[in-house]
Write a protein that binds this ligand. Structure first.
Ligand code: SF4
Length: 326
């Protein structure tokens, strides 16, 4: 299918799951204005382009992670100044969730730096999910790898979304993580999907990957049997002490292109402009919204890395005439 067919005005096509790398590569190679126009058309066929979904992310268990994700300051093996903490109490999590709700968040994401949750940890997280849900918020968790049984337990507690990123292309993956495989990640995504939980799954750009790796990442996401409902696209935050600290900065326009291609290939998914906004100009963020991004993390911190403050975000959304998604 050509870009013209894929983005035909005012007609929302059902999402495709047979994207080839050649097609995805061709989208990345489009002249920038054409790619942006195509992505903006797909965006408005499926969403109100003036609406942005707002999520807040809280680290409920910080640091001390046994995994070796090369971008992550929470991996215990890297000297990043992040210290290992215990799982937060239910009361403390609910207080944060209440503040997030009162600050305008619709979804509350809870992240724990685990390879996978132990059963007693899962009991605690399930109680948090129930409590956050009772506050009227959508719930999301990111806890590492899950078994089918654990996914079912989270679903029974009321979990709406589970985040588990593919991170990058299958080919580049082993350069970034060696303690778990791409297949492990796909298995967790299958367990989450089978349990009836919505999937939040995306990746990170700017890790030294090639354009072909970005093509491979989007093609893999867009070929999943059901597209993730939420697709976070992160710009690497280069944290001192991690193996990727000295990585060259990615051209912001390459980041915008990645958002636009994700929007076209996964038309009905919410595409989240995720980590890396702290160092992004307002102009780059505006281009990302034009390219079809329609979600942000809101709040001063993303797990352990900085994020623009709430006031700065509200001012930017106001300047662009964007409003929180109902
Ligand atoms: S990204 Fe998650 S799994 Fe990987 S090191 Fe960080 S906390 Fe652990």
């Amino acid at each position: 299918m050509s870009l013209a067919q894929e983005t035909a005005p005012l007609t929302a096509h059902p999402p495709r799951h047979d994207w080839t790398r050649e097609e995805v590569r061709a989208l990345f190679a489009l002249p920038f204005p054409e790619l942006m126009f195509g992505a903006a058309q797909v965006h408005r066929q499926n969403f109100d382009p003036a609406e942005v979904q707002i999520s807040t992310l809280l680290s409920i268990k910080t640091g001390g992670c046994p995994e070796d994700c090369a971008y992550c300051p929470q991996a215990q093996r890297y000297d990043t100044g992040v210290t290992a903490e215990k799982l937060m109490s239910l009361e403390a999590v609910l207080a944060e969730a209440r503040a997030a709700r009162d600050g305008g968040a619709q979804r509350f994401c809870m992240g724990a730096a685990w390879r996978s949750p132990k059963d007693r940890d899962l009991d605690n997280v399930c109680a948090m999910v129930e409590g956050v849900k009772a506050l009227g918020l959508e719930t999301c968790a990111t806890l590492g790898m899950l078994t089918a049984e654990q996914a079912k337990r989270l679903k029974a507690s009321g979990l709406d979304y589970y985040n588990h990123n593919l991170d990058t292309s299958p080919e580049f993956y082993a350069e970034i993580i060696t303690t778990r495989t791409y297949r492990d990640r796909l298995d967790t995504l299958e367990h989450v999907r089978e349990a009836g939980i919505h999937v939040c799954c995306g990746g990170i750009v700017g890790m030294g990957e090639t354009l072909e790796d970005r093509v491979g990442m989007i093609a893999t996401l867009a070929s999943l049997p059901v597209h993730p409902e939420s697709v976070p696209i992160n710009m690497l935050v280069r944290v001192e002490g991690t193996p990727l600290a000295q990585e060259a900065a990615l051209d912001p326009l390459d980041f915008v292109r990645t958002i636009a291609v994700a929007r076209i290939c996964m038309p009905a998914s919410v595409v989240r402009l995720s980590a890396g906004r702290e160092d992004m100009s307002e102009e780059t963020q505006a281009l990302c919204f034009l390219a079809g991004a329609n979600s942000i993390f809101y709040g001063p911190k993303l797990l352990t890395t900085p994020n623009p403050g709430r006031d700065r975000d509200m001012a930017l959304l106001g300047k662009l005439g964007l409003r929180p998604m109902e």
